[in-house]
Design a protein around this ligand. Structure first.
Ligand SMILES: [Zn+2]
Length: 763
């Protein structure tokens, strides 16, 4: 701008103090030049004297000149500069007087925009000091006023605030001010979109919408572990329930059976059960109530022993009818909820030593459990006979999962041969049954397994009642081991260092879960877990276990050494070293923290696809090792050898048994049976052999094909019904998905691929 002295400057300002003169400057600016007449018309003035007067003032202050040749008026340099700033200034002053837009609030009301609300929200939600909050809110107000809109919504204002915080680099405040929820299209897809698996009720749709929000909240509220989860380095199992639920529980059903109903947090029964029928009904009520607290399994240990006193004096048929009702209800529940969560029953072959002398009083008569050995066997036999029959439609019972505990000398099997034969008949017909090998020296005290083969022993306090009952697995984190191998670039030292780093990250995440859940418990959020049993809460939080699982161990070893661990002895040695290191690191942290951290081979949630996909975006094809296809990759989930590896069963057993004792949080060897299945006698021989190995838990799994038209189940995967010729689209396939039996329709794409590739054995 040309330099002007103070007098001229004052003259300019006073010249512009009249709206007509401002109008003239604006007109000359937009048209370039104008004649006296066109100005008279354009400005709508009715007196030429007034226009002459205003033009003279403009010329005198040096903003306008008259072209001598044409007689038209034009702006001087100074006039042009002033014209360029008049409009923005006018805009500002104009908006000051404009009505603020209306805002649709979260309470679904319309009210005028008010920046004080932003100030209050910023202070309340982020702890921002008033001065800064005021600054940010004023900036947001200016932006909104400039938009010249009549109407906007609360979420939109929040987005503007968030972007303003971002511009001003207030990262922490921005994080706390983030709105949870998803884009409209995502919500529409969740609620209206195609179902990934069949559903039995609208509850599934409601649940997945709620879970999406809970997951988002969890990952934001704990940012460091949230970031590790999102990046695919670790997996917080059931992340949507991470801050609210336990993973699994082991009930001590004695507490519910013998307590007066009024001392329980919920009225499971009208009176203390006095018959097997009342006891089983109470158990069903307990299972239904406990589901709300769990992401995964509930397990009833000593099922046949603890119920034995109630079977006293009953005939076999009576017991069988009652158990049939019980199993039907469990199955209905299981199917209705989409085959999660599962219920597991642990059965004893005889009365175990630790229970023999424990007294039980029923209907006024007192005795010890040892006196009820016959009734315990009666319950086992009746239960097995119900399971063997299948349901009224000819389908297998998928709930409860049954784990048979083999204790002491495996030869003891001879004494209970009829029961043992029934068990193996079911295994050869339906699969389904699993075995816990408690004959091993490292299976300390009472040990139980649930449907996902999550394991609890009695080592933590050296007390079976504290450690294996009335507690459970509280949380589970899986580690993406192949990623560690990719990052190690062939160096063993780096591999071990990165493994320890990941284990610590997993443990830190579990500590967060522990802290948050204990707080919830203190607040009274878990009445069923915390009701008073002889001075202690029902659920023993101090004995609750926290599992860390190594996912993709086979792929990691191959990426690191060039061989799967079943292909090369030094690769196997490295895998054992890695697992031992993980176990000892976890043990140390457990001792330091006084928290029951355990290494586990099995998981209750499958992150293998998520890990493999995350890695496919980070690492080049040539260094990655995965199962499946490039578009559907996954890692081996719960085993040291991929299911697809065509190796002799003996070799599979040898590798598994080298690792089970380190994975105290859970493990299982699955023997996938080929058709035709072996006769029960052959299977019994195998069970004995496996009980002599170092394998801690194992199952036989048979694939099943069900035809709804014929109400008939066949062994193996059939391409059509052998009776009516129905094609696969109208058949249902049942098999063990990694650990539990489910219809194939409910399986993940990775599990379906693995199912096709599985090495199946003829025994
Ligand atoms: Zn058929």
């Amino acid at each position: 701008m040309p330099k002007v002295d103070a007098t001229t400057f004052n003259l300019i300002l006073s010249t512009l103090s009249h709206p007509v003169r401002v109008q003239i400057v604006k007109m000359l600016s937009s048209k370039g030049s104008a004649s006296f007449t066109s100005m008279m018309n354009g400005l709508n003035l009715n007196s030429s004297g007034r226009l002459s007067y205003h033009l003279k003032r403009l010329i005198k202050s040096g903003l306008t000149v008259q072209d001598q040749e044409t007689g038209r008026y034009v702006l001087t340099e100074a006039g042009k500069i002033l014209a360029s700033i008049i409009e923005p200034i006018e805009d500002l002053s104009k908006h000051k007087h404009t009505r603020p837009p209306l805002v649709r609030t979260s309470e679904l009301q319309l009210e005028p925009f008010n920046k004080d609300k932003i100030i209050n929200d910023l202070k309340r939600e982020t702890g921002m000091p008033s001065r800064i909050a005021n600054e940010v809110a004023s900036e947001v107000e200016r932006k909104i006023m400039n938009m010249k809109i009549d109407y906007l919504t609360g979420p939109l204002i929040r987005e503007i605030v968030v972007s303003t915080l971002l511009e001003k680099r207030f990262e922490d405040f921005r994080h706390k001010f983030t709105r949870l929820g998803m884009p409209y299209a995502d919500a529409a897809n969740l609620i209206e979109g195609p179902l990934k698996a069949p559903v039995s009720s609208p509850l599934h749709i409601q649940k997945r919408a709620a879970e999406a929000l809970l997951e988002e909240y969890t990952l934001l509220s704990e940012r460091t572990i949230g970031d590790a989860h999102i990046s695919g380095a670790i997996n917080l199992s059931h992340v949507h329930d991470w801050l609210l639920k336990l993973n699994t529980i082991r009930h001590d059903i004695r507490v519910f059976l013998v307590s007066a109903p009024e001392s329980l947090p919920l009225q499971f029964s009208a009176r203390k059960p006095q018959s097997l029928a009342e006891a089983l009904r109470l158990l069903l009520n307990l299972i239904t109530a406990a589901e709300a607290y769990l992401t995964s399994d509930q397990c009833i240990d000593y099922f046949n022993v603890f119920l034995a006193p109630y079977a006293k004096g009953l005939k076999y048929e009576e017991v069988k009818n009652l158990l049939r009702e019980f199993i039907y209800t469990l199955n209905l529940n299981f199917e209705f909820k989409g085959f999660i969560p599962s219920v597991t029953i642990n059965l004893e072959l005889g009365i175990p030593n630790n229970l023999s002398n424990i007294p039980i009083t029923l209907n006024g008569r007192g005795d010890a459990y040892a006196a009820f050995a016959d009734e315990a066997e009666l319950i086992t036999e009746a239960l097995l006979d119900v399971v063997m029959e299948g349901d009224i439609l000819g389908r297998p019972f998928l709930s409860p999962s049954i784990v048979v505990k083999v204790r002491d000398d495996p030869l003891k099997l001879k004494q209970v041969y009829p029961v043992v034969e029934k068990i193996h008949q079911i295994a050869a017909t339906w699969g389904i049954i699993a075995f816990a090998n408690l004959t091993l020296p490292w299976q300390i005290g009472n040990v139980n397994y649930d449907a996902h083969f999550i394991r609890l022993d009695s080592k933590w306090h050296d007390d079976w009642e504290l450690d294996s009952l009335r507690t459970g697995n509280i949380g589970e984190v899986a580690i993406n081991v192949p990623r560690i191998a990719y990052e190690a670039k062939g160096s063993d030292d780096t591999l071990f260092t990165l493994l320890i780093h990941s284990l610590n990250a997993a443990i830190d995440a579990l500590i967060v879960k522990q802290r948050r859940l204990l707080n919830k418990a203190k607040e009274g959020a878990f009445p069923l877990l915390c009701f008073n049993v002889a001075g202690k809460p029902y659920f023993n939080f101090e004995s609750g276990s926290y599992n860390i699982t190594l996912v993709g161990l086979p792929e990691a070893i191959k990426a690191h050494t060039g061989y799967f661990l079943h292909e090369d002895s030094s690769s196997l040695a490295l895998a054992v070293k890695l697992v031992k290191l993980a176990a000892s690191t976890i043990d140390e942290r457990a001792k330091d923290a006084g928290v029951r951290f355990s290494l586990a081979q099995t998981v209750t949630e499958d992150p293998s696809t998520r890990f493999a996909i995350a890695d496919s975006k980070r690492y080049p094809d040539k260094i990655r090792v995965y199962q499946g296809t490039p578009s559907n990759p996954y890692y081996t989930l719960s085993a040291p050898v991929p299911a697809a590896a065509q190796i002799p069963l003996k070799k599979r057993i040898r590798i598994e048994e080298a690792l089970h004792k380190f994975s105290t949080g859970g493990h299982a060897l699955h023997v996938w049976l080929n058709e035709p299945p072996p006769p029960p006698a052959t299977l019994i021989r195998y069970t004995k052999k496996l009980c002599e190995s170092n394998v801690g838990a194992f199952s036989y799994s048979r694939d099943l094909t069900y035809c709804p038209s014929c109400r008939k189940t066949y062994g193996g995967v059939k391409k059509r019904c052998l009776q009516c010729g129905s094609l696969p689209s109208s058949l249902t396939y049942y098999a063990r998905e990694i650990t539990t039996y489910k219809p194939l329709d409910y399986w993940s794409p990775a599990a379906k691929h693995e199912f096709k590739m599985r090495a199946r054995y003829i025994l």
